[in-house]
Design a protein around this ligand. Structure first.
Ligand code: NAG
Length: 181
């Protein structure tokens, strides 16, 4: 998905230097960057949701919906990257790094979900805010599960810790979806 001339040039250079593990390191960088991008979006949205109050919720509600939909779209790109060959097993240290990044990703999303729950009273005053929020959260859950499915093949030695994170996120998503449905 994310080819650039720079990346291709870097790829060619490092191909000369280190022929082994090159491709998997390249794709692990893409996967790790994708998680970081989504984590940042989630953090930014948490700031927006945190600032929701009785005076501004009418204007902030649509921003929350847009922000969640934006995360859905970005996660779809991340899923495409995870499913783009070569889907090699990452080196051990990179597998550990992926779980670290995943753990931060889950923590930040759970912070966002917890803020969303705390603002449910205000956001549910407008009937058309709740359903798209719940729909976006369902989409995020489905895509994250698919990403996890693809990712596990690349980080088999970290399968246990990675699945623990995914299940923890699923559980928080489920709770929030129920509240917004
Ligand atoms: C979340 O909800 C889905 C759909 O209802 C269910 O399949 C899944 O097991 C739940 N996950 C957790 C961790 O509660």
């Amino acid at each position: 998905m994310k080819f650039s001339l720079f990346a291709l040039a870097a790829f060619a250079l490092s191909a000369v230097a280190t022929p082994t593990n090159l491709v998997s390191r390249g794709s692990s960088t893409v996967v790790i960057d994708d998680f970081k991008v989504i984590t940042q979006k989630s953090m930014d949205l948490n700031t927006v949701v945190t600032r929701i109050d009785p005076l501004n919720f009418l204007f902030q509600g649509p921003k929350v919906v847009n922000g969640l939909q934006n995360i859905v779209q970005t996660a779809q790109m991340a899923l495409a990257d995870v499913n783009t060959p070569p889907m090699d097993v990452f080196p051990d240290d990179v597998q550990v790094e992926v779980v670290d990044v995943l753990t931060t990703f889950v923590k930040v999303h759970q912070a966002l979900l917890s803020t969303l729950i705390s603002k449910h009273g205000l956001l549910s005053l407008v009937p058309f805010f709740g359903p798209p929020i719940a729909a976006a959260l369902r989409a995020i859950e489905a895509i994250v599960d698919e990403i996890a499915f693809g990712l596990i093949g690349m980080i088999p030695n970290q399968k246990g810790p990675a699945m623990l994170q995914i299940q923890s996120l699923d559980s928080s998503l489920n709770t929030t979806i129920v509240i917004y449905s």
